[in-house]
Ligand binder design. Structure first.
Ligand code: FAD
Ligand code: SF4
Length: 356
């Protein structure tokens, strides 16, 4: 019986791969790149567009990634080499789109009209504009930078706000523009607690004599190895963690900044002088997503991210047949989560195009 079944299985041959069907992936961040790679290996023709002049999205600006301190550039290089068979169009976006038969006629900003059977949105996120939290003085005080600015300094090493000064004490403010109804974003950004731990360690490696503080509301360290990283930050690097919201930042006469906070574990106010203050700006929806969502007739969630069919089994599916999502366009995610979703979205598209 087993032999018979096996024979039947072999004679059914490999699954037909629909080579003629085109899929459009919008956004060449890590989610779009991974989805394109998976769709190519399933036999589809893939066109990948990005409105930026480079691929990799936000990860192209990061230096070392939590929790293993992997080079961000190596992740992008690996993904780019896996999409060699796709058409990658940079500095390109959708001008207009309409349903045509079972697919979509899409006019791209280059002027050409192309036909696609399915569209995957992997348009990512925006970083919360830290200057909106006026009390922290970003854009006012030279000593105040963001998590993203610090990544850029780790990569390029040429920020005068860090280079031209003696760095003897550094603070990290968690939840900047996240979990903050007044700032318009009640959600947790998921990645900034662990990014603060990672960056605090990296600062200690650059400036071993500096005292480093993290000001947090709650520490949300949910991922594999995150807790180890946090323990190492305290034990191996002597980083101080203070539970309390920073209430005020002002400039001292000697060019440093003074940070006032309430230590809610000790019930005492704290006042610390710092050479550098790093704001952990959160993940918010892209401010340019609405026109695209309207063009494609997909819906947005109450928090401005793209609305999934549901948040358990249908995160990668929109309400509209033929349009799918991957990565942070539906909400804050880590890189492994974004990559896993991209693979899942590729399978969803494959099943959709096979009529399943
Ligand atoms: C400071 C910081 C540090 C982080 N560090 C880590 C880390 O160490 N490890 C980790 O696991 N995660 C980290 N993350 C999270 C990580 O950045 C995200 O998981 C990842 O960037 C998500 O990728 P994405 O492709 O969904 O979105 P994005 O990186 O935002 O890419 C989206 C792409 O879509 C393009 N796009 C947008 N709209 C359009 C359009 N209309 N047409 C064409 N193209 C469009 C954009 O130009 C962009 O290239 C960090 C996040 C922050 C904020
Ligand atoms: S991950 Fe941490 S810093 Fe970021 S919003 Fe959530 S609690 Fe705040």
């Amino acid at each position: 019986m087993a032999k018979k079944l096996r024979k039947k299985y072999i004679s059914s041959g490999p699954m037909p791969v629909p080579k003629w069907e085109n899929v459009l992936v919008v956004g060449a961040g890590i989610a779009g790149l991974e989805a394109a790679s998976q769709l190519l290996s399933l036999g589809y023709k893939v066109t990948l567009i990005d409105k930026a002049s480079y691929a990799g999205g936000h990860v192209a600006s990061w230096h070392k990634l939590f929790p293993d301190r992997t080079d961000a550039s190596s992740v992008i290089t690996g993904l780019l080499s896996s999409i060699a068979g796709a058409t990658l169009l940079l500095s390109t976006e959708i001008l207009s789109v309409h349903r045509l038969g079972e697919g979509f006629a899409v006019v791209l900003s280059g002027g050409e009209t192309l036909y696609f059977k399915a569209i995957l949105l992997a348009t990512g996120f925006s970083l919360f504009p830290a200057e909106k939290k006026e009390e922290y003085g970003y854009g006012v005080y030279n000593q105040v930078i963001t998590n993203s600015d610090l990544e850029q300094w780790f990569n390029e090493g040429n920020d005068p706000r860090i280079n031209d000064r003696k760095i003897s004490s550094v603070g990290f403010v968690h939840c900047v523009g996240s979990r903050d109804i007044k700032a318009g974003n009640p959600q947790c950004s998921k990645v900034c607690c662990i990014t603060a731990v990672k960056q605090a360690i990296e600062i200690k490696q650059h400036f071993p004599d500096a005292e480093v503080w993290c000001f947090y509301m709650d520490l949300r360290l949910f991922g594999k190895k995150y807790e180890d990283f946090y323990i190492s930050a305290q034990k191996d690097y002597g980083i101080h963690f203070i539970r309390g919201r920073v209430s005020e930042v002002s400039e001292a006469i000697d060019g440093e900044v003074i940070v006032k906070a309430e230590d809610t574990l000790n019930g005492r106010p704290v006042k610390i002088k710092l050479s550098l203050l790093v704001l952990m700006a959160g993940i918010i929806s892209r401010n340019d997503i609405q026109p695209l969502a309207e063009d494609l007739s997909v819906m947005m969630d109450s928090d401005g991210f793209l609305l999934s069919r549901d948040n358990i089994t249908g995160i990668t599916r929109s309400q509209r047949p033929g349009i799918f999502y991957a990565g942070t366009c539906t909400g804050p995610k880590t890189i492994p989560e974004s990559l896993a979703e991209a693979r899942s979205a590729a399978i969803d598209i494959h099943n959709y195009l096979r009529g399943l």
